[in-house]
Design a protein around this ligand. Structure first.
Ligand code: UDP
Length: 319
């Protein structure tokens, strides 16, 4: 039986990934320091004999001495990810942790990958494109990032993470791939994470005003978690992704105001839509070009926005 290490395994994407991989009969080691992840997301797996949870911090010096069995695959999904400073788990409130988990944390995991010859997947982000001047964003676009702006702890953290991942690939031939994840939503998102989908759904189902930041003309392209997992799994098990950078996301682009109206309608909500100030450096457009993922790993998202949102609304209602 092969062993997979999932760093950030108690978070939104990580915990969904753990569930999928356990179903595929792998031994899993889930590492999380639980600053933004949630133990509830993994409590169903704790009794599974193939699942081990290590409460550990990738950036703590003691992590380098951690004793691990042979690791065949590593997913590095550990990082705060919400830009909304009103959220208690926003990366704005964990600035050094965010920079360090993507730099020192990535370095520490790459050393493990090198030692065991593991296949390594670094979860980067569409944020490396910053406020893009070209759309859709293709992997060869260098981006437009403010290195000293409010979002830079995340953006530059991810850019460093990509750079050190490529350094290990080039210098040691480590079997790496970088995945730039675009906006993803679904079960196990935190209600308090301040992201647009979780905010709008929770506001709509409690008949509170939906808070659109700015005039709502900025766009995002949202991908349902099941589609993203399918892409992440294809990417790590494929030999064609070694040393590559791939976008994963759903190219179905919507304005934020459209998303507010769609969610209001789907929840039958009587909430009004109100407008609040646009956060600093908020990207005006975001849409992945996914041709590379289509060609290399045969991946395209399958879940429609209506299906994905319906499931996510159910999830938040059940909390
Ligand atoms: N947004 C919004 N209302 C909210 C939360 C977010 O209008 O209650 C906007 C935010 O300003 C951004 C977009 O929705 O333009 C997506 O924000 P999110 O925090 O989900 O992630 P981002 O894509 O900016 O990383």
């Amino acid at each position: 039986m092969q062993t997979i290490l999932v760093a950030g395994g108690a978070g939104f994407i990580g915990s969904n990934l753990c569930e999928r991989l356990l179903d595929k009969n792998y031994r899993l080691i889930c590492i999380d320091n639980l600053i933004t992840g949630n133990k509830k997301n993994i409590e169903d797996f704790i009794k599974n004999k193939n699942f081990t949870f290590l409460s550990a911090d990738l950036i703590d010096p003691s992590f380098r001495n951690i004793k691990l069995p042979k690791i065949d695959y590593i997913f590095h999904l550990a990082s705060p990810a919400s830009p909304n400073k009103k959220s208690p788990i926003s990366y704005i409130n964990f600035p050094t942790e965010t920079l360090l988990v993507n730099s020192v944390g990535t370095y520490n995991l790459l050393k493990i990958a090198r030692k065991f010859n593991s296949k390594f997947l670094y979860a980067s982000s569409s944020e490396v494109y910053g406020d893009p001047k070209v759309s859709p964003q293709r992997e060869d676009y260098f981006g437009n990032v403010n290195s000293v702006g409010i979002r830079s702890v995340y953006d530059e953290g991810k850019r460093f993470g990509e750079a050190i991942t490529m350094a290990y690939f080039r210098k040691f031939n480590t079997d790496t791939r970088i995945i730039r994840i675009f906006n993803t939503y679904g079960s196990n998102m935190r209600a308090d994470d301040g992201r647009v989908i979780s905010n709008f759904i929770n506001q709509a189902i409690s008949n509170k005003p939906l808070t659109v930041y700015g005039n709502g003309s900025q766009t995002r392209s949202i991908c349902y978690i099941d589609d993203l997992l399918d892409g992440l799994i294809r990417a790590i098990f494929s030999d064609r992704t070694k040393g590559e950078v791939l976008n994963l996301g759903n190219p179905n682009e919507k304005t934020i105001l459209d998303l507010a109206n769609i969610i209001k309608k789907m929840t039958n909500s009587s909430s009004e839509i109100i407008f609040e100030p646009l956060p600093e450096d908020d990207p005006k457009v975001r849409r992945p070009d996914i041709n590379k993922a289509k060609n290399l790993i045969g991946w395209t998202p399958k879940v429609s926005i209506d299906q994905g949102l319906a499931k996510t609304i159910q999830y938040f209602k059940s909390l």
